[in-house]
Design a protein around this ligand. Structure first.
Ligand code: NAD
Ligand code: IPM
Ligand code: MN
Length: 350
């Protein structure tokens, strides 16, 4: 049977970068069947909801899903449960892709594109494993209301044993394919979920951590260490919120957030969800200047992690590196290329 990849371009620069993914897929995996659907604001505009049951069904039946980006000022007035971002969260939850892999890899050609000194980022290769379907993102109760004459806003940070254990096991597995070191990040000094996280990760390590060196760090210290000496890290394991923040920070070590892909994985047999780490970039949307590398590298991760096409993935990764080596740069990297021209340079390198 043909393998299928569901493309969900979304909003803002999403459709611009996913258009290039479509072209690249045609070159490196021409027999892959590409399907397409709406998500985010685009789905809200068409159907009044940021994720329809049909699209979620289609996603569940695909071998992998690649999403561009969702959100934008156009939907600022929409109620939270109908906002573009709610569609993305519902897709992650609906697919139960609980382990979000966010590599921060500095291509040799981009060593001087980082805002940090070249010697700090040269050879950088970190993998952030972010828990994606729990924590404060999904905890209840949450709300904005009034109690005793006092207006208030609140969220609930909560993690259960299976939630921490399963993502920790993925982090160990990922580490075994790398340098074998996991640094677990939380704020156990102030948060009960932080203390619980540390306890659970420690237990999981005793049971499933053979061959993996485990360390712990407070999230604020980790934020600092990421810009002080980022190469000390191999795999960083974090909950949903800290993983979100630290991965944007790590993105900038690599030169631009336009470079960072991600893979969200569930249990065996679940289709993986692949997305650039960046958002819909409303400030540059419609201009054709977005960096398509994060989306193209998300295709690379889909080929590797869901579609069993390691050779195609290797070729694509090498082509991105060699296009950069030859000087191909979009504006975020200090160059002049358009989105299309950047993808052309990668195709030429293939
Ligand atoms: P953003 O990532 O969209 O943009 C941050 C900055 O990075 C902007 O200056 C933007 O121009 C730049 N940038 C991002 N991607 C780029 C690319 N590929 N090439 C060049 N420059 C790029 O973050 P934001 O501005 O905080 O959020 C904008 C919207 O996107 C919001 O609605 C937010 O909720 C949403 N968002 C969606 C996702 C997602 O769909 N996975 C992720 C993050 C943010
Ligand atoms: C990301 C984004 C999302 C998140 C938003 C848009 C829901 O910031 O993918 O990093 O917070 O997870
Ligand atoms: Mn984010």
């Amino acid at each position: 049977m043909k393998q299928t990849l569901l493309l969900l371009p979304g909003d803002g620069i999403g459709p611009e970068v996913v258009a290039e993914v479509r072209r690249l897929a045609g070159v490196v995996a021409p027999d892959l069947e590409l399907q397409e659907g709406l998500v985010g604001g685009a789905s809200y505009d068409a159907h009044g909801t940021p994720l329809t049951d049909d699209t979620l069904d289609l996603a569940r039946k695909s071998d992998a899903v690649l999403l561009g980006a969702v959100g934008g000022p156009k939907w600022n007035g929409v109620s939270r449960d109908k906002r573009p971002e709610a569609g993305l969260l519902a897709l992650r939850k609906g697919l139960d892709v609980f382990a979000n892999l966010r590599p921060a890899f500095c291509f040799p050609a981009l060593v001087s594109a980082s805002s940090l000194k070249p010697e700090i980022v040269q050879g950088l290769d970190i993998m952030i494993v972010r828990e994606l379907t729990g924590g404060v993102y999904f905890g209840t109760p949450r709300g904005i209301d009034e109690k005793g004459g006092l207006r208030r806003g609140y969220d609930t940070s909560i993690y259960t044993h299976p939630e921490v254990e399963r993502v920790t096991r993925v982090a160990f597995e990922v580490a075994r394919g790398r340098d074998g070191r996991v640094c677990s990040v939380e704020k156990s000094n102030v948060m009960e979920t932080g203390l619980f996280w540390r306890q659970e990760v420690t237990l999981a390590h005793a049971e499933h951590g053979a061959g993996v060196e485990l360390s712990h760090m407070y999230a604020d210290a980790c934020a600092m260490e990421l810009v002080r000496a980022p190469k000390q890290f191999d795999v960083i394991l974090a909950g949903n919120l800290f993983g979100d923040i630290l991965s944007d920070e790590a993105a900038m070590l690599t030169g631009s957030i336009g470079m960072l892909p991600s893979a969200s994985l569930g249990d065996e047999g679940t289709p993986g969800l692949y997305e650039p780490v960046h958002g819909s970039a409303p400030d540059i949307a419609g201009q054709g200047i977005a960096n398509p590398c994060a989306a193209i590298l998300s295709l690379e991760m889909a080929l590797r992690w869901s579609l069993g096409r390691e050779k195609a993935a290797d070729a694509l990764f090498a082509a991105v590196g060699s296009a950069l080596e030859k000087g191909a740069r979009t504006r975020d990297l200090g160059g002049e290329l358009t989105t299309r021209q950047m993808a052309d340079a990668i195709i030429a390198a293939l």
